[in-house]
Design a protein around this ligand. Structure first.
Ligand code: SF4
Ligand code: MG
Length: 325
């Protein structure tokens, strides 16, 4: 399978400033040396608790934040080095994001026709307004709305419908990759299922690749082909979905999965609930060695000082933990 996106040693460190002269006193390592690939047509799930850096990573991939270091190859081109002018026809068009709250990004004074027309106009797609209107109506139907919605305004729609509008808008530029950040987290469970089914249908129809970011392990289990688990800006583990959910290797993944009863009962090896001690440490003063060592039930001496390498412990199954050295 062809690689669409390759992320190499990506870092996004934000300076922390203090005092009257706003001296830099440290860095939040929101994304810290992460590497992975995404294959064309697959869905890569990214899970982790809030504050683990998964949203920042999604935004850094499309340069809503300028990465501190590392590279992001999209179809072979390193997009971290491209000037904004060259970024637009490539990344601003071929990679789209869907957010948790589509309403926040939909201008309430604009009809759906206007909202969906804007990006097409900016990118100079389709010959004229009539063609663009046809495309908009077609897309509204594709996402399960009526084509007459083109004349309506965002506030006239329910939460689930608004997410459909957000999805339609992400499709107007014929993207190849869609990064969905907690795209169904604000919705009722029954609506979540509808939106996930829609995303799966669209993936088939338009040959889309997804990065699906969510704190919800059950939702990710449903939609993803492979899953990466983040903790404190690091990728702790990455594997095929079935391997990860049935046989998690990293103690953090084991604990996360053990906290979800529906997953525990579905044949995961470790059936006991693992309760982690302590809170997630501050991202400013990260623990030395393995960033998880302050909470890890399996901690060894070496974990306090030596950061574990992110390595392939089994075919296609990557983990950052000294237990697998
Ligand atoms: Fe736990 Fe050590 Fe593995 Fe970190 S490296 S997850 S502290 S066993
Ligand atoms: Mg799929």
């Amino acid at each position: 399978q062809e690689t669409l996106l390759e992320v190499r040693n990506l870092k996004m460190h934000f300076p922390v400033k203090a005092g009257i002269i706003q001296r830099t006193v440290g860095h939040v390592k929101a994304v810290d040396d992460i590497s992975f690939t995404v294959k064309k047509g697959e869905t890569l799930g990214i899970v982790g608790e809030s504050g683990c850096g998964k949203s920042t990573m999604g935004r850094t991939l499309i340069r809503l934040y300028e990465p501190t270091d590392g590279s992001v190859l999209f179809g072979g081109t390193d997009i971290t080095k491209l000037p904004e002018k060259e970024l637009r026809p490539l990344i601003r068009r071929k990679i789209q994001m869907i957010f948790q709250d589509p309403y926040a990004s939909l201008n309430p004074r604009k009809s759906l026709g206007n909202l969906l027309n804007e990006p097409m106009k900016v990118h100079g797609l389709y010959g004229n307004q009539k063609e663009r209107d046809e495309k908009i109506k077609e897309l509204l139907e594709v996402v399960g709305l009526h084509s007459s919605a083109i004349n309506h305004y965002p506030h006239e729609f329910s939460g689930g419908q608004r997410q459909r509008i957000g999805i339609a808008r992400s499709l107007v530029l014929n993207p190849e990759l869609i990064i969905a950040d907690e795209a169904v987290s604000a919705l009722d469970v029954s609506i979540q299922a509808q939106i996930i089914n829609l995303l799966e249908d669209l993936q088939e129809e338009f040959n889309l690749t997804y990065i699906f970011i969510s704190h919800d392990l059950s939702v990710v289990r449903h939609i993803a082909d492979r899953v990466g688990v983040m903790y404190l800006g690091k990728m702790a583990e990455l594997a095929d979905k079935d391997d990860l959910y049935k046989e998690p290797l990293h103690p953090y993944t084991q604990a996360l999965l053990s906290a979800v009863p529906a997953i525990r009962s579905k044949g995961a090896k470790n059936r006991e609930r693992i309760v982690l001690k302590g809170d997630i440490p501050s991202a400013v003063n990260q623990p030395s060695g393995c960033v998880f060592h302050t909470r890890c039930p399996m901690k060894m001496k070496v974990c306090e000082t030596v950061p574990p390498q992110f390595q392939e412990a089994r075919p296609g199954h990557f983990v950052a933990c000294h237990l697998y050295d």
